[in-house]
Design a protein around this ligand. Structure first.
Ligand code: NAD
Length: 330
């Protein structure tokens, strides 16, 4: 099994590797044997991570720059090919927050968060999958070694009320992951996403200080083993999945499922197609409180606390929360 976990001889890009989860994931990949191309905004943090890896006997080069820039993606791929002769693993992790309610959010706050998270994930994915597809073609159609680990968030699952930009970007990242998994599997690509929880600069205000004198279940290094596993040969059978991970917990999300299906013909439609009356009859059975005026008022009053598509099951995975009470009320 150990040889199925090793990343010896593999080259990995990690974006946002200067702090928090990216730093922990880069160090975890290096410990498993990978050679690293580390990206972050220019500054001492990412250089310190590279120094830490090389001081422990690993190999790391840095490639600074805004991951929302196409040229940064090109420079990352060039650094992997130039320094290590190939690319095997991409960990998309870089991120920023600009939290605000949807009714007060500026277009700049929306654009920045979508740009760094979703466009940032797209740029590296586009360039890496293009490289792997060509490599597969050159190998006569053989699958090549190729792993993408993307970073989504429970904010998307929960519909985090103060993070419309972030939740939308993280939803987009899940869709990008699934489409990459489906479209590139034939070339050897395995693309999966994680929804981590960790005490980092990003969440410091929300999560507060770590517990004194005890293992911190929200330390970012608890997320790194899953990332290293998904990057490894052992994870060849995992593709297009979404994980929630923190502390000692890892959960795999169900794909969305149909809750209920309506047939117009069963709700008073003469020709089997929808009419205003038949759709009202059908939905009235599924959402009965909407049927009467008094019921509708009651539902209107409570709608702020509930959204039908939100997934709150992950809240029960640990008592530590990311700003939502564990009972889901908010
Ligand atoms: N910490 C959590 O609980 C949590 C929960 C869910 C998802 N996430 C996601 O995990 C990822 C890492 O977050 P973190 O908690 O470690 O935050 P962090 O703030 O500690 O680290 C984010 C890193 O991304 C870098 N970065 C920001 N903008 C960049 C850009 N344009 N180009 C390149 N690098 C850039 C930052 O400099 C920083 O080093 C993010 O995508 C975040 O959304 C974190």
């Amino acid at each position: 099994m150990a040889d199925r976990l090793t990343l010896d001889g593999k080259t990995a890009i990690v974006t946002g590797a200067g702090h928090g989860l990216g730093r922990a994931e880069a160090i975890g990949l290096a410990s498993a044997g990978a050679r690293l191309v580390l990206n972050d905004l220019a500054g001492p943090a990412v250089r310190a991570v590279a120094d830490e890896i090389t001081a422990s006997g690993g190999q790391a080069v840095i490639c600074e720059g805004d991951i929302g820039e196409w040229s940064t993606g090109e420079a990352l791929l060039a650094a992997a090919l130039g320094s290590f002769g190939g690319l095997d693993i991409v960990v998309n992790n870089a991120g920023v927050l600009r939290d605000r309610m949807v009714f007060t959010m500026s277009e700049q706050e929306w654009d920045l968060v979508l740009r760094v998270h979703l466009r940032g994930h797209f740029i590296t994915t586009r360039l890496a999958t293009g490289y792997w597809r060509e490599a597969s073609k050159r190998a006569g159609g053989q699958a090549v070694y190729a792993r993408i680990i993307n970073t989504s968030s429970e904010a998307f699952l929960l519909g985090s009320p103060g993070q419309p930009n972030y939740a939308a970007a993280k939803a987009g990242i899940v869709a990008l992951t699934v489409t990459t998994a489906r479209s590139c599997a034939r070339y050897g690509v395995r693309a999966n996403a994680i929804c981590p929880r960790a005490r980092t600069d990003m969440t410091a205000e929300l999560m507060g200080p770590p517990p004194a004198g005890a293992v911190d279940p929200l330390a970012p290094q608890h997320v790194a083993p899953l990332v290293a596993y998904l990057a490894s040969p052992a994870a060849a059978g995992i593709n297009g999945e979404v994980f929630v991970v923190h502390g000692g917990v890892a959960a795999v999300l169900e794909p969305p499922r149909l809750r209920v299906t309506f047939q117009a013909a069963e709700h008073g439609s003469a020709d089997g197609m929808w009419t205003p009356e038949s759709i009202a009859a059908a939905l009235g059975t599924a959402f009965p409180a909407h049927a009467g005026a008094a019921g509708a008022d009651a539902v209107e009053a409570g709608l702020g606390a509930h959204a039908g598509f939100a997934c709150e099951a992950t809240l029960a995975l640990a008592s530590e929360t990311i700003g939502f009470p564990a009972d889901g009320a908010r």
